[in-house]
Design a protein around this ligand. Structure first.
Ligand code: FAD
Length: 538
């Protein structure tokens, strides 16, 4: 790998960079390495103090990935051969170790500026360059500006009355203290039962004097079927890695599983139940994106899948009233249209005497008090309050930077009436700006590293094409992004996704426009569109 060190002035200004990237997670690191290999000068600016993106911030107890380890890594031969996770679904600690390993192998950190949050970026049309400012006063300029801010970099903290009055420890899961937090013997409350809420509840239930889980919407969580992996198991799995990495580019969710080539009511009832049983035993996301191919579009099939999930889940919960809250007889929304979590013992913790569940639909929170949380029917005394309240997902990381293109408008202003992108990577009026794993790409519907490698390679080839053809500026056209938006919305309209108030639609954030934020046509269809664009000269 060859790189030339960019010149840095005394006041920290970096000149003559080819590319500035924001974010040192899977996406930023992929592009850093790939673009350096093309002899481009690249800097990554990262708000956190370490590598890993979401795995730097989400270090709460129990944080782990819901994609299996073999697919939740780069597919490069020279990286996977000497790396192994000790569990099928690795913890945040191991994912951080993985990033340290990648850093050692690829020598990435020297081109990363940590503890620096990008606050403003302005396109200078006279020079076709971006001027990028950060919270430490530093300024950098580059021809291309790559936003690798991920889908979960802006935590959402609900505006609960009295929240700041709480006298105990209060933390959002994605802003967890890096030094950890001892919750042994404490009275702990968790607000939220999304992916983070489920994970942290499982851990806290084992150590806390009492855990109170405040639930608004039941999570249709699926069995993780976690496994410890010894050397033999890893060796056997690695024999299949090349095939797995090839396959993950061809499946709907960039995963090692895919929808069946069968619709739910094309088979007799007993066969349908047997299939539900089979994907259930397989575990992970198999009962979701490894089940019948119409499970997320056909109401009847979806209902059958819900009932299967409900009955399996209720059988694990002792108290029928609690079971009704966690797995209601009638679904609150269709099955699988909010991101299901993978759980290990989430439902069993509610059989423990030190765990209680509060249904916020029937008894909403009135306020947070000095000593706990007060709902309409009483107060819960707490020493620790955990906000597992998610993110201003997908767009939040982008719109929280004051990015101004050629029309003087910020990206946030531009998207106020709905997100507009071309291929989920570029925006009109914002030349030479590209983003990965962003809105209107498959993002949340694709395994992170798969989507990132494919988009990253596409971007690298685009920049190479521009260089070869001596172009200094590229920009999405308005008709292209209007067409892309129409396609993204139309694809989602035939699914059941719009039927739940999920973060997939921005519906978890008060005031955020409710619209699908991802391309729901699957990764292969998405990449075909990207390739088509490239073949037509972008
Ligand atoms: C708790 C959690 C669990 C997840 N589990 C899965 C899973 O099971 N499978 C899966 O495929 N995906 C999962 N994801 C999605 C995950 O985002 C992707 O897998 C992957 O991490 C995306 O990588 P990225 O580099 O695009 O973004 P990220 O990993 O989000 O990294 C973005 C980085 O950008 C930095 N940043 C943002 N704004 C600024 C700024 N203004 N200035 C400087 N730096 C900035 C952030 O600090 C962060 O480090 C999960 C996400 C979360 C939050």
């Amino acid at each position: 790998m060859t790189t030339t060190e960019p010149k840095m002035t005394d006041n920290g200004e970096i000149e003559d960079l080819d590319v500035i990237l924001v974010g040192a997670g899977f996406a930023g690191l992929y592009l850093l390495d790939r673009l350096r290999s093309m002899d481009m000068t690249v800097r990554v600016i990262e708000a956190g103090a370490g590598l890993g993106g979401v795995w730097y911030w989400n270090c709460y107890p129990g944080a782990r990935v819901d994609s299996s380890g073999p697919i939740y890594q780069y597919s490069r031969d020279d990286l996977w051969r000497n790396w192994q996770f000790s569990e099928l679904y690795p913890s945040w600690q191991e994912i951080r170790d993985y990033f340290r390993y990648v850093d050692e192998k690829l020598d990435l950190s020297r081109d990363i500026r940590f503890n620096r949050r990008v606050t403003e970026a302005q396109f200078d049309s006279s020079r076709n360059r971006w001027i990028v400012r950060s919270d430490d006063g530093s300024v950098a300029t580059a021809r291309y500006f790559g936003l690798c801010t991920g889908l979960g970099s802006k935590p959402y903290i609900p505006d609960l009355p009295g929240l700041s009055d709480f006298a105990g420890e209060r933390h959002h899961t994605a802003l967890w203290p890096q030094q950890g937090l001892d919750m042994a013997g404490k009275r702990v409350g968790i607000i939220g039962t999304g992916a983070s809420g489920v994970q942290v509840a499982q851990e806290v239930a084992g150590v806390a004097a009492h855990l109170t889980v405040f639930q608004r919407t039941p999570n249709m969580a699926l069995p993780m079927r976690q496994m410890k992996l010894d050397n033999d198991a890893v060796s056997r799995m690695k024999e299949r890695y090349p095939a797995i990495y090839d396959r993950r580019t061809k499946t709907f969710a960039g995963s090692d599983i895919d929808f069946l080539q069968q619709a739910g009511f094309d088979v007799p009832d007993d066969e349908r139940q047997a299939t539900f049983e089979q994907v259930w035993e397989e575990g992970g996301f198999a009962p979701w994106v490894g089940s019948f191919n119409d499970i997320l579009v056909n109401e009847e099939v979806n209902r059958a899948a819900y009932e299967f999930w409900r009955d399996k889940t209720r059988a694990r919960i002792d108290d029928p009233a609690v079971a009704e809250m966690l797995a209601p007889t009638e679904p609150i929304h269709p099955y699988g249209v909010k991101r299901p979590s993978l759980e290990q013992n989430f439902y069993e913790i509610f059989n423990q005497s030190n765990v209680s569940l509060v249904d916020l639909r029937s008894t909403p929170i009135e306020r947070v008090t000095l000593g706990g949380v007060k709902t309409t029917i009483g107060e819960h005394d707490l020493d620790v309050l955990i906000l597992a309240t998610g993110f201003d997902a997908v767009t939040g990381g982008l719109t929280s930077i004051d990015i101004r293109g050629t029309e003087g408008k910020t990206l946030k202003e531009k998207w106020a009436g709905g997100v507009r992108t071309h291929l989920g990577m570029a925006v009109s009026g914002f030349p030479n700006l590209l983003f990965m794993y962003g809105p209107q790409s498959p993002n949340a519907f694709a395994n992170g590293p798969t989507c990132i490698e494919l988009q990253g390679e596409w971007i690298a080839q685009l920049l190479d094409h521009l260089r070869q053809s001596s172009h200094t500026r590229i920009e999405a056209t308005v008709p292209a992004e209007e067409a892309w938006r129409a396609q993204v919305l139309a694809l989602a309209d035939v699914t059941l996704f719009p039927r739940a108030d999920s973060w997939y639609l921005g519906a978890n954030i008060p005031g955020k426009l409710r619209e699908i934020l991802a391309f729901t046509g699957g990764l292969p269809a998405y990449m075909a569109k990207c390739r088509e664009s490239a073949e037509r000269g972008y």
